[in-house]
Design a protein around this ligand. Structure first.
Ligand SMILES: [Zn+2]
Length: 359
């Protein structure tokens, strides 16, 4: 197995702190309140940074907003930190690694956080949460997506429902309808929540307190679970359209939300808002999601559905089958997959940094 991939959250956290220290970074650990990991351990959002706090340009590399997807993001960060060239970047830039935005999710092998919330749909203003949100597709499929009992004929019924719903809706409508976020079912998949969660909140406060001169932001947010196996897609959302030259400069692998075969879905409240609208509303934002493919949408959704049922209703531990399945669909135990993640993660980090230094 690739040396940068960890077996669990604690291992990845310890390595991140160790590698950051060895490479001369400044380190801060933000504790999550009222929540513990599976070994009853405290949970932290760890941040390490290089360069001056009053830098006008700040490069953020973030991972693990979707908990279990953090194994890949953590491994990329560890490999970058291990490289001694990390210190040789232009003086007017600060580099900030936010290790795992959702440590509960990674520790408990979940995509969601401690209150079952999809944090990558949660970074919104108070007015946003007042509106009811549940697509017609989601509301129709709710019982299928979020069963209250272990269903008899589990696989068959799911497959049947999936096929049937594909006859009603286009694949894109189905995907967006299910995954773009809902606030009707608090124990359901892709739940947005009712307010900004504590994790993003403490990150935003930390950013505001520490980086007071930020004028230009570069941001890479690492995810897994969408797209072809071991292939990374660089996803640019709506708000980035006016920065067309920026995403052209990132070379191939690029997808814009207007591309007909866009693998993701339009949604509100994603990670970029932590930086662009919440912490630094006056700064210019450049950023993208680096999304590494694993398995098919159905396989991923099936694993999410199963884990969500067992976690919420049967209170299973992290050794349960449903947890193992979820880990595999977001972090395949395959050295070839892992090596490609490290390779492409480093290429995009270096490429983006180079672009930023000439800006
Ligand atoms: Zn994700």
């Amino acid at each position: 197995m690739n040396e940068y991939f960890s077996k669990n959250y604690n291992e990845s956290r310890n390595k991140f702190l160790e590698f950051s220290k060895k490479s001369g970074a400044n380190i801060d650990s933000l504790e999550l309140k009222k929540v513990l990991g599976p070994q009853k351990e405290k949970l932290f959002i760890d941040i390490s940074y290089f360069g001056k706090k009053d830098a006008s340009k700040v490069f953020f590399h973030t991972s693990g907003i979707h908990g279990v997807e953090g194994f890949a993001g953590s491994a990329i960060q560890l490999s970058i930190l291990k490289n001694k060239f990390i210190k040789l970047f232009p003086k007017d830039i600060a580099i900030v690694f936010i290790h795992i935005i959702n440590p509960y999710g990674m520790a408990w092998l979940r995509r969601w956080n401690e209150t079952n919330i999809d944090l990558n749909r949660n970074i919104n203003s108070p007015t946003f949460f007042k509106k009811e949100k549940c697509s017609q597709v989601y509301c129709k499929l709710n019982e299928l997506l979020n069963p209250y009992n272990v269903p008899f004929n589990w696989n068959l019924s799911f497959l049947f429902g999936g096929i049937k719903s594909r006859l009603w809706y286009s694949k894109q409508r189905l995907k967006t309808g299910i995954a773009s976020g809902q606030n009707f079912f608090p124990k359901g998949l892709f739940y947005i929540g009712k307010e900004l969660e504590q994790g993003p909140k403490i990150i935003i406060t930390w950013l505001k307190n520490n980086f007071k001169n930020t004028k230009q932001i570069l941001h890479i947010d690492v995810h897994t679970g969408l797209g072809s196996y071991a292939y990374d897609t660089l996803l640019f959302d709506r708000e980035m359209e006016e920065k067309y030259n920026f995403f052209k400069s990132m070379g191939d692998h690029v997808q814009r939300h207007i591309d007909p075969n866009y693998i993701a879905y339009n949604t509100s409240g994603i990670c970029r808002n932590i930086f662009s609208s919440m912490a630094f509303p006056k700064a210019t934002y450049y950023g993208f999601t680096q999304e590494f493919g694993t398995y098919s949408n159905f396989k991923v959704l099936k694993a999410l559905r199963k884990e969500n049922y067992y976690h919420n209703w049967e209170k299973v531990n992290i050794k349960h089958d449903s947890k193992k399945e979820l880990l595999e669909v977001f972090n395949p135990q395959d050295e070839n997959w892992q090596n490609k993640i490290i390779y492409r993660g480093n290429i995009m980090f270096n490429k983006a940094l180079q672009w930023f230094s000439f800006l």
